[in-house]
Design a protein around this ligand. Structure first.
Ligand SMILES: Cc1cc2nc3c(=O)[nH]c(=O)nc-3n(C[C@H](O)[C@H](O)[C@H](O)COP(=O)(O)O)c2cc1C
Length: 415
């Protein structure tokens, strides 16, 4: 999701740094728009580093991209935190004398504000009137909480905690998109690890980011989600574990993941196999740590045996009305395109959809961005999408919904 965070001039701006981090960690594309006063509290380098996007307060920067309206037009969600009495008054009046003001007038996305100010300012009839105007206009107000305020005062006026703002904001954004309501979803994510001995394993570079983004996107769009996680990078699972609509099942090897997927898929409407599952496992796992001393200078040979094809297994027992989606990370060879390779795999696997992405030494893994082709089993390209892993996840769910609405629509066609 493209999220604009307006920051205005209050001490609570330091808490908004954490809010930005939570949103970035969840895979959202976050654009911070501070006021001139806000950067006296937290500076531009902090906002840029945390959001990973350029930050300015001015309508006169990046004029070629018509930034003063493009941010608002692109936004799926706008959050203003902290929202000062001054900025709330400007919003209520529709003033646009800075980048935040123009962005707020240019957007049709849900707007969430988290006011922060001293109790007297919050209770002043002018502020009360401005808040009513904003509420009547559909602005969602989170807080303020009752508690310690700047300078030792205490009372209503303290900005709500970042987690509470996040929850209200995602609910506001999800409210416009609950198209997966009632759908039972299973998503696998991360990389499996095949043991060699009690200490070592054969693994892969999957961070789990794309799979977790697919699971979170489904949960936020109303689905009940089981996330079957193989090895997932630190922090990537943290956001998922905060979602009430999402249950996490931890697994390690391909065989464990396969058993969990088979169990959970039996009651699922949609299964998305985004995990990077090992094709091979070690034939004889050593009960004790292998040691060079056993055969010094002789090297080591490991016999590998093929693992079951979990996706093919699920396709083999697919129920009527169940949609199965595979992921394929490919490194196309000489004279071969990603599409050629994807089509061959899509035909072989027989899943309803196959999301194909190109990987390489510096491509695809551990990044926050991704680019995928989504193919039907017949090789029809139903979507080509590029963006943050969260944007890619939403595009995938759009494609899944299209297939579920019109099963067989693309059968026999190629493009
Ligand atoms: C230390 C300090 C803390 C402030 N905290 C707040 C606050 O929490 N809420 C508020 O409405 N104004 C607060 N102000 C006043 C605003 O910074 C001031 O009204 C400013 O013009 C707001 O500009 P902006 O809304 O464009 O960011 C504070 C000022 C200072 C110096």
């Amino acid at each position: 999701m493209f999220v604009v965070i307006g920051v205005t001039g209050g001490i609570a701006a330091y808490k908004t740094v954490h809010l930005v981090r939570l949103l970035v960690k969840a895979g959202h594309d976050v654009h911070v728009v501070p006021t001139e006063d806000a950067v006296r509290f937290v500076g531009l380098p902090t906002w840029e580093a945390i959001s990973r996007n350029p930050v300015t307060t001015s309508v006169h920067d990046d004029v070629a991209r018509v930034r003063h309206v493009s941010l608002g037009q692109s936004a799926d969600l706008v959050i203003v935190a902290p929202a000062t009495a001054n900025s709330l008054a400007k919003m209520a009046t529709g003033l646009a004398d800075d980048l935040l003001g123009t962005t707020l007038l240019a957007t049709t996305a849900p707007v969430v504000v988290a006011p922060a100010m001293h109790t007297e300012m919050w209770r002043h009839p002018a502020t009360v009137h401005n808040m009513q105007t904003l509420r009547d206009r559909g602005v969602i107000v989170v807080g303020p909480d009752d508690g310690a305020l700047t300078g030792g005062d205490s009372g209503p006026g303290r900005m709500s905690e970042p987690e509470a703002i996040l929850e209200a904001a995602l609910a506001a954004a999800g409210g416009s998109r609950s198209d997966l309501g009632g759908v039972r979803v299973v998503v696998t994510a991360g990389g499996t690890r095949e043991p060699i001995d009690p200490v070592r394993y054969i693994g892969n570079r999957s961070s789990g980011r794309q799979g977790v983004a697919v699971a979170l996107a489904a949960a936020e769009r109303g689905a009940d989600v089981v996330l079957i996680a193989a090895h997932v990078d630190d922090g990537v699972l943290a956001e998922a574990s905060a979602s009430a609509r999402l249950k996490i099942v931890r697994t390690g090897t391909a065989a464990e993941l396969g058993r969990a997927a088979a169990d959970e898929a039996s009651a699922a409407d949609v299964v998305v196999m985004a995990a990077a599952v090992a094709d091979y496992r070690v034939a004889d796992v050593s009960e004790s740590k292998l040691s060079k001393d056993a055969a010094p200078g002789r090297g080591l040979r490991l016999d590998l045996v093929e693992n079951d094809d979990i996706l093919a297994g699920l396709v083999g027992v697919r129920r009527d009305g169940q949609t199965i989606v595979g992921f394929a990370a490919e490194t196309p060879g000489e004279g071969e395109t990603l599409l050629d390779r994807g089509r061959r795999k899509a035909a072989r696997k027989g899943a309803d959809l196959l999301a194909v992405n190109q990987v390489g030494w510096s491509l695809g893994f551990e990044a926050n961005e991704n680019e995928i082709l989504i193919l039907t089993a017949e090789g029809v390209v139903v979507e080509t999408t590029r963006g943050t892993k969260r944007e890619v996840a939403d595009a995938l769910w759009d494609a899944v919904l299209a297939v579920r609405r019109n099963p067989g629509q693309n059968r026999g066609k190629t493009k």
